[in-house]
Design a protein around this ligand. Structure first.
Ligand code: SAM
Length: 212
C-alpha cells in the first residue's frame, strides 16, 4: 500500500509544471527562468508548503524555491498550487545535500529552515540542516549579505544550531527562544504547519537569523 502511494506521487510529480525536474540545469539561470531579476529565496524541507506559498503570495516581487526530499509530502504542496497557482514559486524534490549543484555562487538571497528534522543520533549530526556541513553549502550559494532564518520548537536542535556557529564567520543578527512572545521578531511571522501544531501545544518557538 505504502509503496503504491509512493509510486503514485512520483508519477504525479513527474507531470507537474510547478516542479523543476532537472534543477542542475537551472544553476546560475534562475533569473532567466523567472523572467526577472527579483531576489531568490529558498526554503529547505518545506513540507506541505504553506509557509513558502504564503510568502510568495505576500511578496510577488520575490522568487521562491521550495525544496523537499519526499514526493509524498511535496504532492500536498502541489495540490495547493493547483487551487491557487503562483507565478513566483517552484518546487524541487531533492536532498538538500546537493544544493550547490542547483544554485550558483551568490545566487540566493535568503534561506529558510523551518522545523528541520532533529536527527538526534550523534552520528547523524551532519544531516541536520543547521549543521556546519550545511552552513558551508549555504555560504557558497548565498549572496554576500544573504541570511539564513531558522525556526524550531526543538530546543536541543536549536542549542546545537547555535553551537555550530562558534568558530565560523556566521553571526546571529537576531535570536529568540520564544518567538511568539517576542514583539519585534514575531512581526510578519508566517506560521508553518509544524509551527501551528507545536505552538498550539504550548511549545515555545526558537528562531535565529544569521549572516556572515
Ligand atoms: N517546514 C515544514 C514545517 O515547518 O511545517 C515541515 C517540517 S518537517 C519536520 C521537515 C521536512 O523537511 C520534511 O518534510 C522532510 O522530508 C524535509 N527534509 C528533511 N531533510 C531534508 C533534506 N536534506 N532535503 C530536503 N528536505 C528535507
Amino acid at each position: 500500500m505504502r509503496l503504491r502511494n509512493v509510486t503514485g506521487s512520483r508519477e504525479m510529480i513527474a507531470d507537474n509544471d510547478f516542479v523543476i525536474h532537472e534543477p542542475a540545469e537551472m544553476k546560475g539561470k534562475w533569473s532567466e527562468f523567472f523572467g526577472n531579476d527579483n531576489p531568490l529565496r529558498v526554503e529547505i524541507g518545506m513540507g506541505k508548503g504553506r509557509f513558502i506559498m504564503t510568502l510568495a503570495e505576500q511578496n510577488p516581487d520575490v522568487n521562491y524555491i521550495g525544496i523537499e526530499k519526499y514526493s509524498t509530502v511535496l504532492l500536498r504542496a502541489l495540490q495547493k498550487m493547483e487551487v491557487n497557482p503562483l507565478p513566483n514559486v517552484r518546487f524541487i524534490r531533492m536532498d538538500a545535500e546537493e544544493i550547490c549543484d542547483v544554485f550558483a555562487e551568490g545566487e540566493v538571497d535568503r534561506i529558510y529552515l523551518n522545523f528541520s528534522d532533529p536527527w538526534p543520533k550523534d552520528r547523524h549530526a551532519k544531516r541536520r540542516l543547521p549543521s556546519q556541513a550545511f552552513l558551508a553549502r549555504y555560504d557558497v550559494i548565498l549572496k554576500k549579505d544573504g541570511v539564513v532564518e531558522f525556526k524550531t520548537d526543538n530546543r536541543d536542535l536549536f542549542d546545537f544550531a547555535e553551537e555550530e556557529l562558534q568558530g565560523t564567520k556566521w553571526k546571529e543578527d537576531a535570536v529568540t527562544y520564544d518567538l511568539h512572545n517576542n514583539e519585534e521578531m514575531v512581526r510578519g511571522n508566517v506560521m508553518t504547519e509544524y509551527e501551528e501544531k507545536f505552538s498550539s501545544m504550548g511549545n515555545p518557538i526558537c528562531k535565529y537569523i544569521i549572516s556572515r
